[in-house]
Design a protein around this ligand. Structure first.
Ligand SMILES: [Zn+2]
Length: 291
């Protein structure tokens, strides 16, 4: 009996500290960002990733989408009022993550580029390196455990924790904490990197999870999902893509009632804009293609 009471008190305490998730009436991607707010845009770039993180003073871009989405990405950044980017993070050198970045580097005021220690022989990768060099930018190769920030946008690096042969597992994974709220950006990290992150014992728990590798079967292990324990998950993938992303098993894992995860998919929801003021996370109203 005493045990039960204790558990209830504990549950209440957890509830009190749990973030409040509000649903916004409309997605106002172009509206000014409030002083203590961070707005995270999971931009619909078809089959690929491009995530803009924006505060009133600073902005960070994680990945630059596929070749087909280049213009859409540039237009989106401009419509969000972006002129300068404090960091451009190229999670790993695959085309669906870096194709838009050469033009971003050329056309925007980029201060710093973050990339893993992983090269690729593709023309797209070479173009990106050429654009970075032409602008005289330094490439920062982060290590797991590093921290970096642009104003109130603060990251810790969780991966890669070691050198992996596979480029997906070389993805730079960062966790952003703002007040009581947290976001995890996983690139295309797969089970091997997820296991490495679990082994590192660095905090993984995050309110919002960018699901690894477009919801592929090779990412999002149960153990990793347990550790992250998200309330919200976002899958970035293209409509009717040939990879069958997201994988059914991944959707089942995320959809278990006990996980209580609100899922967004860029193929169904388009660009997903989530805002945090450090206390409360505001989600867009439109969910999974339903109006
Ligand atoms: Zn990818």
């Amino acid at each position: 009996m005493i045990k039960t009471t204790k558990r209830i008190i504990f549950a209440n305490a957890v509830l009190l500290s749990t973030i409040i998730i509000a649903i916004a009436a409309a997605t106002a991607a172009a509206a000014p960002v409030g002083q203590n707010e961070i707005r995270v845009h999971y931009i619909d770039v078809g089959q690929g990733d491009a995530i803009l993180i924006q505060s009133a003073q600073n902005a960070v871009l994680i990945d630059g989408g596929d070749a087909k989405a280049q213009q859409a990405l540039l237009d989106y950044l401009r419509s969000a009022g972006i002129k300068d980017l404090d960091f451009v993070i190229a999670t790993h050198p695959h085309a669906d993550h870096i194709s838009g970045l050469p033009k971003v580097v050329r056309q925007f005021g980029v201060k710093s580029v973050v990339m893993p220690d992983a090269a690729h022989t593709s023309a797209t990768f070479e173009k990106l390196i050429a654009a970075i060099e032409k602008k005289g930018l330094r490439i920062t190769v982060p290590k797991a455990g590093d921290a970096f920030s642009a104003g109130i946008i603060k990251f810790t690096v969780l991966a890669p924790g070691k050198k992996f042969k596979d480029l997906n597992n070389m993805s730079v994974v960062v966790r952003m904490v703002h007040g009581e709220t947290s976001f995890l950006f996983t690139g295309d990290a797969e089970d091997k990197s997820e296991n490495q992150m679990l082994k590192s014992r660095r905090p993984l728990r995050s309110d919002v999870l960018k699901v690894g590798h477009h919801g592929s079967r090779t990412s999002t292990t149960e153990d990793f999902l347990d550790a992250v324990s998200p309330s919200v998950a976002v899958i970035s993938c293209g409509k009717d893509n040939t990879y069958n992303h997201p994988n059914k098993e991944t959707l089942l894992k995320l959809g278990r009632p006990e996980r209580n995860v609100t899922l967004f998919r860029t193929d169904k929801d388009g660009t997903v804009v989530i805002t945090t003021d450090g206390q409360k996370i505001t989600l867009p109203a439109k969910r999974n293609g339903k109006e």
